[in-house]
Design a protein around this ligand. Structure first.
Ligand SMILES: Cc1ncc(COP(=O)(O)O)c(C=O)c1O
Length: 383
């Protein structure tokens, strides 16, 4: 089966894990620190905090920046549910914003402006598919309204501008991401004091951790704030250090494959809408090309297309069922319709994209998709 995403893990990772086990120290220590330094350098930041997921990173960012009860946070509904959940963990209210367009499925600036109230404290942008869109426009938007600007950069590891938009950014190293530590995440923050606070909150708000006490004369600790156990461990950091070394190479391959998809789908499946196609026409666009979304023509039976691709051993997924339409959010945080998000989510299909793929895989997916679209053409189109 050609999978939508695949982690690349091999002998080097196995050796690195053995080394950690043999070292006798498996919880947070020197390797986590080295990983933080390497990740920060790669993303043009002076430092960062490694945690055990992007969800934890988002939660720490919101609390670290002082977002809490009574505050509203603008979030895309077209995202993984963690984006909105983290706002609830912080005690604030997520306010869902529509996307710009079917071919630009990122949070809409004009809808965000319309959803602002006196209680709006922050906005969380999600770099859908790894495209870092409208940096200066979002900075102006946040600055002019006095809002905190936070990036959910789960899709965007290694993208040139990711982590540089505003106050803080959260990255994910979950198994399907551009680089992985199985589970894991990182916080970047533009303010050193905020980052220090987040570092302390990561380990129960304690003034020193077990590793620091082992390697110094400190024998006890104080707890000066409410914290969590969101630590990364040495096993994950060892994998992360290796993955980071290949991130640029992998992202370049993703870009190449995406460009091939754009060309072949554009030629053989002209009825498909290809999000971000306009970006690909500009030679200097920056992105991490995390996923390959396509939008099916209206009234096409998506399940039929999914089945036909599956029969040809091609996996597809959907990014995303809108958060505001899930049962929990519909029942507890009902909101007005988000027409573009809803339409996009009904018609979107994510095709395989990962660095193990080659050109012939793109050709196969395109050919099967073209046939499937013929078979699933809307009834009116056939008559
Ligand atoms: C957009 C987005 N935000 C947040 C997350 C949560 O990441 P994690 O699984 O590392 O907590 C994900 C993970 O799939 C994601 O895709």
């Amino acid at each position: 089966m050609l999978m939508v995403a695949e982690p690349i893990l091999g002998e080097e990772e196995k050796a690195a894990l053995s080394e950690v086990i043999d070292s006798g120290w498996i919880t947070m220590g020197d390797r986590v620190r080295s990983f933080e330094c390497a990740f920060a350098e790669q993303h043009n930041a002076s430092d960062c905090v490694a945690v055990n997921s992007c969800t934890a990173a988002l939660h720490l960012i919101l609390e670290g920046l002082g977002v809490g009860r009574g505050d509203e946070v603008l979030v895309p509904s077209l995202s993984f549910v963690a984006t909105a959940n983290s706002v609830l963990y912080a005690g604030a209210k997520p306010v869902f914003v529509d996307i710009e367009a079917l071919d630009l499925p990122v949070m809409s600036l004009s809808d965000a402006a319309a959803k602002c109230t006196a209680r709006t404290k922050a906005v969380i942008l999600m770099h859908y598919a790894g495209y870092t869109v409208d940096r200066s426009a979002w900075r102006d938007f946040a600055t002019s309204r006095g809002l905190l600007l936070i990036e959910d950069a789960a899709h965007a590891a290694g993208a040139e501008q990711a982590g540089t938009f505003g106050d803080a950014a959260a990255f994910s190293f979950y198994g399907n991401k551009n680089m992985t530590t199985a589970e894991g995440g990182v916080v970047l923050a533009s303010n050193d004091e905020v980052l220090d606070k987040i570092r302390q909150m990561r380990g129960h708000g304690m003034t020193s951790g077990t590793f620091q006490r082992r390697s110094s004369r400190i024998s006890t600790y104080d707890v000066t704030m409410l914290g969590y156990n969101y630590r990364m461990d040495e096993l994950r950091a060892a994998i992360g250090l290796l993955q980071l070394k290949r991130l640029n190479e992998w992202n370049a391959k993703r870009r190449h494959l995406t460009q091939s998809y754009m060309r072949s789908l554009g030629a053989q499946c002209p009825d498909l809408c290809l999000p971000f196609a306009a970006w690909h026409k500009s030679s200097n666009h920056v992105a991490s090309h995390h996923i390959m979304p396509v939008v099916l023509p209206e009234n096409v039976d998506r399940q039929r297309i999914v089945d036909e691709l599956r029969d040809a051993e091609i996996q597809t997924t959907i990014h995303y069922p809108p958060i505001h339409e899930t049962s929990y959010y519909r029942e507890n945080f009902p909101c007005a319709p988000l027409p573009l998000t809803e339409q996009f989510a009904q018609r979107e299909l994510t095709l395989p994209l990962h660095p193990r793929m080659e050109e012939h895989h793109v050709e196969k997916v395109t050919a099967v998709m073209a046939k499937a679209l013929d078979h699933a053409a809307p009834v009116e189109a056939l008559s």
